[in-house]
Design a protein around this ligand. Sequence first.
Ligand code: FAD
Length: 376
Amino acid sequence: MNFDLLIIGSGVVGSALAIKTSQLGYKVAIIDSRETFPNSYRHLSVNQKSKAFLNGIDVWKKIENSAFPYEQIKVWDQEGTGFIEFNAKEANLPNLGFIVREGEIQKNLIEQFQKNNVENFWGEALLKIDYSLDEIVCNTSKQIHKTKMIIGCDGMNSKVRELSGIDFRSWSYNQTAIVTNFKTDINDSCIKQTFTSIGPLALLPIKEDESTMIWSIDDDTSYKFISMSDEEFTAEVKNKFSEQIGKLEMVSKRQHFPLHHLSAKTFANNGVFLVGDSAHHIHPLAGLGLNAGIGDVECLAELIKMNGLEKIKEITSSYNRKRIPINLGLAASMEAFKRGFSQKNIWIKLFRNTAFNLANKLSPLKKKFMELATEL
Ligand SMILES: Cc1cc2nc3c(=O)[nH]c(=O)nc-3n(C[C@H](O)[C@H](O)[C@H](O)COP(=O)(O)OP(=O)(O)OC[C@H]3O[C@@H](n4cnc5c(N)ncnc54)[C@H](O)[C@@H]3O)c2cc1C
Protein backbone atom coordinates (compact mmCIF):
# COMPACT_ATOMS: atom_id res chain seq x y z
CA MET A 1 0.00 0.00 0.00
CA ASN A 2 1.18 3.55 -0.69
CA PHE A 3 1.41 6.25 1.96
CA ASP A 4 3.03 9.64 2.43
CA LEU A 5 4.16 8.71 5.92
CA LEU A 6 4.56 5.28 7.48
CA ILE A 7 4.86 5.35 11.26
CA ILE A 8 6.24 2.27 13.01
CA GLY A 9 4.97 1.89 16.59
CA SER A 10 1.65 3.06 17.99
CA GLY A 11 2.77 3.98 21.50
CA VAL A 12 1.73 7.46 22.66
CA VAL A 13 4.45 9.12 20.56
CA GLY A 14 3.68 7.33 17.27
CA SER A 15 -0.09 7.73 17.72
CA ALA A 16 0.23 11.46 18.44
CA LEU A 17 2.42 11.94 15.36
CA ALA A 18 -0.02 9.99 13.18
CA ILE A 19 -2.93 12.24 14.15
CA LYS A 20 -0.97 15.48 13.84
CA THR A 21 0.48 14.68 10.37
CA SER A 22 -2.84 13.37 9.12
CA GLN A 23 -4.44 16.66 10.22
CA LEU A 24 -1.85 18.38 7.98
CA GLY A 25 -3.43 16.56 5.05
CA TYR A 26 -1.00 13.67 4.52
CA LYS A 27 -1.88 10.04 3.88
CA VAL A 28 -0.64 8.35 7.03
CA ALA A 29 -0.40 4.72 8.16
CA ILE A 30 0.73 3.36 11.50
CA ILE A 31 1.74 -0.22 12.19
CA ASP A 32 2.45 -2.04 15.43
CA SER A 33 3.75 -5.53 16.10
CA ARG A 34 1.31 -5.96 19.01
CA GLU A 35 -2.05 -7.56 18.28
CA THR A 36 -3.88 -4.78 20.14
CA PHE A 37 -3.11 -1.81 22.37
CA PRO A 38 -1.75 -2.86 25.78
CA ASN A 39 -3.75 -0.47 28.01
CA SER A 40 -0.70 0.20 30.19
CA TYR A 41 -1.44 0.85 33.85
CA ARG A 42 1.74 2.91 34.33
CA HIS A 43 1.13 6.58 35.15
CA LEU A 44 3.22 9.30 33.52
CA SER A 45 3.65 13.00 34.18
CA VAL A 46 2.54 15.18 31.26
CA ASN A 47 3.96 18.71 31.25
CA GLN A 48 2.19 21.91 30.14
CA LYS A 49 3.76 21.82 26.68
CA SER A 50 2.66 18.22 26.00
CA LYS A 51 -0.82 19.06 27.28
CA ALA A 52 -0.99 22.01 24.88
CA PHE A 53 0.05 19.72 22.02
CA LEU A 54 -2.60 17.10 22.88
CA ASN A 55 -5.11 19.92 23.15
CA GLY A 56 -4.13 21.17 19.70
CA ILE A 57 -4.88 17.79 18.11
CA ASP A 58 -8.23 17.68 19.94
CA VAL A 59 -7.40 14.76 22.23
CA TRP A 60 -6.75 16.45 25.61
CA LYS A 61 -10.46 17.06 26.24
CA LYS A 62 -10.97 13.26 26.22
CA ILE A 63 -8.15 12.70 28.73
CA GLU A 64 -8.75 15.72 30.94
CA ASN A 65 -11.19 14.10 33.36
CA SER A 66 -8.77 11.36 34.33
CA ALA A 67 -5.69 13.63 34.46
CA PHE A 68 -4.63 14.69 37.98
CA PRO A 69 -3.01 18.15 38.13
CA TYR A 70 0.01 18.72 40.37
CA GLU A 71 0.98 22.15 41.68
CA GLN A 72 4.13 21.42 43.61
CA ILE A 73 7.25 19.25 43.45
CA LYS A 74 9.32 18.67 46.60
CA VAL A 75 12.68 16.93 46.31
CA TRP A 76 14.90 16.15 49.27
CA ASP A 77 17.80 14.01 50.31
CA GLN A 78 17.27 11.20 52.85
CA GLU A 79 20.84 11.37 54.06
CA GLY A 80 21.57 15.08 54.09
CA THR A 81 19.92 18.45 54.28
CA GLY A 82 19.39 19.08 50.54
CA PHE A 83 15.90 20.32 49.71
CA ILE A 84 14.36 21.94 46.64
CA GLU A 85 10.77 22.87 45.96
CA PHE A 86 8.97 23.93 42.78
CA ASN A 87 5.66 25.69 42.96
CA ALA A 88 3.18 26.51 40.21
CA LYS A 89 2.38 29.86 41.89
CA GLU A 90 6.04 30.98 41.61
CA ALA A 91 5.81 30.34 37.85
CA ASN A 92 2.39 31.98 37.56
CA LEU A 93 0.92 28.73 36.31
CA PRO A 94 -2.31 27.04 37.45
CA ASN A 95 -0.30 23.79 37.82
CA LEU A 96 3.04 22.31 36.80
CA GLY A 97 1.55 19.42 34.85
CA PHE A 98 -0.67 16.35 35.13
CA ILE A 99 -0.32 12.68 36.06
CA VAL A 100 -2.17 10.48 33.57
CA ARG A 101 -2.36 6.75 32.96
CA GLU A 102 -0.37 5.84 29.83
CA GLY A 103 -3.13 3.48 28.59
CA GLU A 104 -5.70 6.29 28.88
CA ILE A 105 -3.64 8.62 26.66
CA GLN A 106 -2.93 5.88 24.11
CA LYS A 107 -6.58 4.69 24.00
CA ASN A 108 -7.88 8.19 23.35
CA LEU A 109 -5.32 8.80 20.61
CA ILE A 110 -6.11 5.49 18.89
CA GLU A 111 -9.85 6.22 19.07
CA GLN A 112 -9.21 9.32 16.97
CA PHE A 113 -7.50 7.41 14.12
CA GLN A 114 -10.66 6.76 12.13
CA LYS A 115 -11.93 10.33 12.40
CA ASN A 116 -8.52 11.59 11.23
CA ASN A 117 -8.17 9.03 8.37
CA VAL A 118 -5.13 7.34 9.90
CA GLU A 119 -4.77 3.76 8.61
CA ASN A 120 -3.93 1.49 11.50
CA PHE A 121 -2.43 -2.02 11.24
CA TRP A 122 -2.04 -4.15 14.38
CA GLY A 123 -0.04 -7.38 14.56
CA GLU A 124 2.38 -6.22 11.84
CA ALA A 125 6.08 -6.17 12.63
CA LEU A 126 8.55 -4.26 10.47
CA LEU A 127 11.07 -6.67 8.90
CA LYS A 128 12.92 -4.88 6.08
CA ILE A 129 13.46 -1.41 4.63
CA ASP A 130 14.58 -0.88 0.99
CA TYR A 131 15.31 2.49 -0.57
CA SER A 132 14.72 3.44 -4.19
CA LEU A 133 15.06 6.88 -5.80
CA ASP A 134 11.76 8.38 -4.72
CA GLU A 135 10.20 5.95 -2.27
CA ILE A 136 10.93 3.68 0.67
CA VAL A 137 9.68 0.09 0.51
CA CYS A 138 8.91 -1.62 3.83
CA ASN A 139 8.30 -5.33 4.26
CA THR A 140 6.28 -6.20 7.32
CA SER A 141 5.26 -9.59 8.68
CA LYS A 142 2.00 -9.25 6.65
CA GLN A 143 2.50 -7.06 3.56
CA ILE A 144 4.55 -4.48 1.68
CA HIS A 145 4.08 -0.73 2.20
CA LYS A 146 5.56 2.06 0.08
CA THR A 147 6.12 5.47 1.61
CA LYS A 148 7.94 8.80 1.17
CA MET A 149 8.97 8.97 4.81
CA ILE A 150 9.34 6.26 7.45
CA ILE A 151 9.25 7.24 11.09
CA GLY A 152 10.44 4.95 13.86
CA CYS A 153 8.36 5.41 16.98
CA ASP A 154 9.09 1.83 17.93
CA GLY A 155 10.67 2.40 21.33
CA MET A 156 14.05 1.77 22.83
CA ASN A 157 14.80 -1.44 20.89
CA SER A 158 13.84 0.20 17.59
CA LYS A 159 13.84 -2.04 14.51
CA VAL A 160 13.74 1.07 12.29
CA ARG A 161 16.97 2.28 13.90
CA GLU A 162 18.57 -1.15 13.44
CA LEU A 163 17.44 -1.67 9.82
CA SER A 164 18.54 1.80 8.78
CA GLY A 165 21.96 1.31 10.35
CA ILE A 166 21.71 4.27 12.73
CA ASP A 167 24.31 3.85 15.44
CA PHE A 168 23.58 4.59 19.11
CA ARG A 169 25.16 4.80 22.55
CA SER A 170 23.55 2.86 25.36
CA TRP A 171 24.38 1.86 28.89
CA SER A 172 22.60 0.51 31.93
CA TYR A 173 21.86 2.84 34.85
CA ASN A 174 22.33 -0.30 36.99
CA GLN A 175 18.95 0.38 38.55
CA THR A 176 15.48 -1.18 38.27
CA ALA A 177 12.35 0.95 38.64
CA ILE A 178 9.67 -0.63 40.81
CA VAL A 179 6.24 0.88 40.17
CA THR A 180 3.00 0.44 42.12
CA ASN A 181 -0.02 2.41 43.33
CA PHE A 182 -1.06 3.16 46.92
CA LYS A 183 -4.30 4.36 48.49
CA THR A 184 -3.23 7.24 50.72
CA ASP A 185 -4.74 9.88 52.95
CA ILE A 186 -2.36 12.57 51.68
CA ASN A 187 -4.85 14.53 49.58
CA ASP A 188 -2.55 17.19 48.16
CA SER A 189 -1.32 17.97 44.67
CA CYS A 190 2.38 17.59 45.29
CA ILE A 191 4.94 15.22 43.77
CA LYS A 192 7.28 14.07 46.52
CA GLN A 193 10.67 12.70 45.56
CA THR A 194 13.36 11.64 47.99
CA PHE A 195 16.85 10.41 47.18
CA THR A 196 17.44 7.30 49.29
CA SER A 197 20.80 5.53 49.63
CA ILE A 198 19.59 2.91 47.07
CA GLY A 199 17.99 5.30 44.55
CA PRO A 200 15.28 7.96 43.97
CA LEU A 201 11.79 7.25 45.34
CA ALA A 202 8.80 9.31 44.17
CA LEU A 203 5.11 9.48 45.07
CA LEU A 204 2.90 11.13 42.44
CA PRO A 205 -0.77 11.90 43.13
CA ILE A 206 -3.18 10.27 40.66
CA LYS A 207 -6.46 10.79 42.54
CA GLU A 208 -7.46 12.60 45.72
CA ASP A 209 -6.80 9.43 47.72
CA GLU A 210 -4.34 7.55 45.51
CA SER A 211 -0.72 7.96 44.46
CA THR A 212 1.57 6.10 42.12
CA MET A 213 5.05 5.24 43.34
CA ILE A 214 8.25 4.82 41.39
CA TRP A 215 11.40 3.69 43.17
CA SER A 216 14.54 3.33 41.04
CA ILE A 217 16.63 0.91 43.06
CA ASP A 218 20.30 -0.06 42.58
CA ASP A 219 20.51 -3.47 40.95
CA ASP A 220 22.47 -5.08 43.77
CA THR A 221 19.45 -4.45 46.06
CA SER A 222 16.47 -4.36 43.69
CA TYR A 223 15.80 -8.12 43.72
CA LYS A 224 15.37 -8.04 47.51
CA PHE A 225 12.70 -5.33 47.11
CA ILE A 226 10.99 -7.09 44.18
CA SER A 227 10.66 -10.30 46.20
CA MET A 228 9.40 -8.67 49.44
CA SER A 229 5.79 -9.21 50.50
CA ASP A 230 3.43 -6.28 49.84
CA GLU A 231 3.38 -5.51 53.58
CA GLU A 232 7.18 -5.44 53.88
CA PHE A 233 7.53 -3.30 50.76
CA THR A 234 4.84 -0.85 51.96
CA ALA A 235 6.62 -0.54 55.31
CA GLU A 236 9.90 0.33 53.52
CA VAL A 237 8.20 3.07 51.48
CA LYS A 238 6.42 4.45 54.52
CA ASN A 239 9.66 4.54 56.44
CA LYS A 240 11.33 6.67 53.75
CA PHE A 241 8.61 9.32 53.86
CA SER A 242 8.49 9.31 57.70
CA GLU A 243 5.97 11.86 58.95
CA GLN A 244 5.04 13.16 55.48
CA ILE A 245 2.46 10.45 54.82
CA GLY A 246 -0.16 8.68 56.88
CA LYS A 247 -1.98 5.64 55.50
CA LEU A 248 -0.43 3.63 52.64
CA GLU A 249 -2.24 0.65 51.18
CA MET A 250 -0.90 -1.04 48.05
CA VAL A 251 -3.71 -1.30 45.46
CA SER A 252 -1.93 -2.53 42.34
CA LYS A 253 0.61 -5.17 41.42
CA ARG A 254 4.27 -4.18 41.57
CA GLN A 255 5.80 -3.85 38.10
CA HIS A 256 9.52 -3.49 37.46
CA PHE A 257 11.53 -2.00 34.61
CA PRO A 258 15.32 -2.24 34.10
CA LEU A 259 16.66 1.28 33.46
CA HIS A 260 18.90 2.15 30.53
CA HIS A 261 20.18 5.21 28.78
CA LEU A 262 20.07 5.32 24.99
CA SER A 263 20.98 8.03 22.54
CA ALA A 264 20.94 7.55 18.75
CA LYS A 265 23.94 9.20 17.03
CA THR A 266 21.61 10.80 14.49
CA PHE A 267 17.82 11.21 14.68
CA ALA A 268 17.22 11.33 10.89
CA ASN A 269 18.92 10.01 7.77
CA ASN A 270 17.83 9.15 4.18
CA GLY A 271 14.10 9.72 4.76
CA VAL A 272 14.17 7.70 8.00
CA PHE A 273 13.29 9.57 11.21
CA LEU A 274 13.54 8.48 14.83
CA VAL A 275 11.05 9.97 17.28
CA GLY A 276 10.61 9.36 21.03
CA ASP A 277 12.31 6.44 22.78
CA SER A 278 13.72 5.05 19.52
CA ALA A 279 15.96 8.15 19.42
CA HIS A 280 16.54 8.75 23.14
CA HIS A 281 15.74 6.99 26.36
CA ILE A 282 16.51 8.55 29.75
CA HIS A 283 16.24 7.82 33.47
CA PRO A 284 12.63 8.33 34.65
CA LEU A 285 13.63 10.34 37.74
CA ALA A 286 12.37 13.64 36.31
CA GLY A 287 9.43 12.10 34.41
CA LEU A 288 10.43 13.70 31.12
CA GLY A 289 10.93 10.84 28.61
CA LEU A 290 7.46 10.95 27.04
CA ASN A 291 7.42 14.76 27.16
CA ALA A 292 10.69 14.81 25.20
CA GLY A 293 9.09 12.41 22.68
CA ILE A 294 6.08 14.71 22.26
CA GLY A 295 8.55 17.58 21.77
CA ASP A 296 10.06 15.58 18.85
CA VAL A 297 6.57 15.02 17.39
CA GLU A 298 5.74 18.70 17.53
CA CYS A 299 9.05 19.69 15.94
CA LEU A 300 8.89 17.12 13.12
CA ALA A 301 5.26 17.93 12.30
CA GLU A 302 6.09 21.65 12.16
CA LEU A 303 9.03 20.97 9.79
CA ILE A 304 6.83 18.83 7.53
CA LYS A 305 4.21 21.58 7.50
CA MET A 306 6.81 24.24 6.61
CA ASN A 307 8.73 22.26 3.95
CA GLY A 308 6.35 19.69 2.49
CA LEU A 309 7.57 16.15 1.81
CA GLU A 310 9.54 17.24 -1.27
CA LYS A 311 12.19 18.81 0.94
CA ILE A 312 13.16 15.76 2.98
CA LYS A 313 16.82 16.87 3.15
CA GLU A 314 15.88 20.21 4.75
CA ILE A 315 13.54 18.45 7.20
CA THR A 316 16.30 15.95 8.05
CA SER A 317 18.96 18.54 8.82
CA SER A 318 16.60 20.85 10.75
CA TYR A 319 15.17 17.97 12.80
CA ASN A 320 18.67 16.79 13.77
CA ARG A 321 19.79 20.33 14.51
CA LYS A 322 16.78 21.11 16.69
CA ARG A 323 16.19 17.84 18.56
CA ILE A 324 19.62 16.27 19.13
CA PRO A 325 21.02 19.06 21.37
CA ILE A 326 17.83 19.32 23.47
CA ASN A 327 17.75 15.60 24.12
CA LEU A 328 21.51 15.34 24.76
CA GLY A 329 21.22 18.19 27.28
CA LEU A 330 18.34 16.44 28.99
CA ALA A 331 20.22 13.13 29.13
CA ALA A 332 23.27 14.90 30.60
CA SER A 333 21.12 16.56 33.31
CA MET A 334 19.58 13.21 34.25
CA GLU A 335 23.04 11.63 34.40
CA ALA A 336 24.39 14.45 36.58
CA PHE A 337 21.42 14.17 38.95
CA LYS A 338 21.70 10.42 39.17
CA ARG A 339 25.48 10.38 39.63
CA GLY A 340 25.38 13.29 42.08
CA PHE A 341 22.86 11.54 44.26
CA SER A 342 24.56 8.17 44.20
CA GLN A 343 27.77 9.67 45.61
CA LYS A 344 28.76 8.26 48.97
CA ASN A 345 31.72 10.67 49.39
CA ILE A 346 31.04 13.06 52.29
CA TRP A 347 32.51 16.19 50.54
CA ILE A 348 30.48 15.61 47.40
CA LYS A 349 27.43 15.12 49.60
CA LEU A 350 28.10 18.36 51.42
CA PHE A 351 28.54 20.22 48.13
CA ARG A 352 25.39 18.59 46.77
CA ASN A 353 23.30 19.61 49.78
CA THR A 354 24.62 23.17 49.64
CA ALA A 355 24.06 23.39 45.88
CA PHE A 356 20.52 22.11 46.25
CA ASN A 357 19.68 24.53 49.05
CA LEU A 358 21.21 27.40 47.08
CA ALA A 359 19.26 26.40 43.98
CA ASN A 360 16.12 26.47 46.08
CA LYS A 361 16.84 30.09 47.04
CA LEU A 362 18.25 31.46 43.78
CA SER A 363 15.27 32.08 41.60
CA PRO A 364 17.08 32.27 38.16
CA LEU A 365 18.51 28.79 38.70
CA LYS A 366 15.16 27.49 39.88
CA LYS A 367 13.54 29.10 36.86
CA LYS A 368 15.92 27.12 34.63
CA PHE A 369 14.89 23.86 36.37
CA MET A 370 11.25 24.80 35.93
CA GLU A 371 11.71 25.47 32.22
CA LEU A 372 13.26 22.04 31.83
CA ALA A 373 10.31 20.41 33.59
CA THR A 374 7.56 22.33 31.81
CA GLU A 375 8.90 23.40 28.41
CA LEU A 376 10.76 20.57 26.65
C1 FAD B 1 9.22 3.44 35.11
C2 FAD B 1 9.09 4.53 34.08
C3 FAD B 1 8.40 5.70 34.40
C4 FAD B 1 8.29 6.73 33.46
N1 FAD B 1 7.65 7.89 33.81
C5 FAD B 1 7.56 8.89 32.91
C6 FAD B 1 6.87 10.10 33.23
O1 FAD B 1 6.34 10.28 34.33
N2 FAD B 1 6.78 11.08 32.27
C7 FAD B 1 7.38 10.94 31.05
O2 FAD B 1 7.31 11.90 30.24
N3 FAD B 1 8.01 9.80 30.71
C8 FAD B 1 8.12 8.78 31.60
N4 FAD B 1 8.74 7.62 31.25
C9 FAD B 1 9.24 7.45 29.87
C10 FAD B 1 8.10 7.08 28.92
O3 FAD B 1 7.40 5.96 29.41
C11 FAD B 1 8.65 6.79 27.53
O4 FAD B 1 9.55 7.82 27.15
C12 FAD B 1 7.50 6.73 26.50
O5 FAD B 1 6.51 5.83 26.92
C13 FAD B 1 8.05 6.30 25.14
O6 FAD B 1 6.99 6.24 24.21
P1 FAD B 1 7.24 5.75 22.72
O7 FAD B 1 5.89 5.83 22.08
O8 FAD B 1 8.40 6.47 22.14
O9 FAD B 1 7.70 4.22 22.85
P2 FAD B 1 6.88 2.94 23.37
O10 FAD B 1 5.85 3.32 24.36
O11 FAD B 1 7.94 1.96 23.79
O12 FAD B 1 6.11 2.40 22.08
C14 FAD B 1 6.77 1.69 21.06
C15 FAD B 1 5.73 0.95 20.22
O13 FAD B 1 6.40 0.36 19.09
C16 FAD B 1 5.92 -0.97 18.87
N5 FAD B 1 6.99 -1.74 18.18
C17 FAD B 1 8.19 -2.12 18.66
N6 FAD B 1 8.91 -2.79 17.72
C18 FAD B 1 8.13 -2.84 16.61
C19 FAD B 1 8.31 -3.40 15.29
N7 FAD B 1 9.43 -4.05 14.92
N8 FAD B 1 7.31 -3.27 14.38
C20 FAD B 1 6.16 -2.62 14.72
N9 FAD B 1 5.94 -2.08 15.95
C21 FAD B 1 6.91 -2.17 16.88
C22 FAD B 1 5.64 -1.48 20.29
O14 FAD B 1 4.70 -2.53 20.28
C23 FAD B 1 5.06 -0.22 20.97
O15 FAD B 1 3.66 -0.11 20.83
C24 FAD B 1 8.87 6.57 32.17
C25 FAD B 1 9.56 5.40 31.85
C26 FAD B 1 9.69 4.39 32.80
C27 FAD B 1 10.45 3.13 32.45
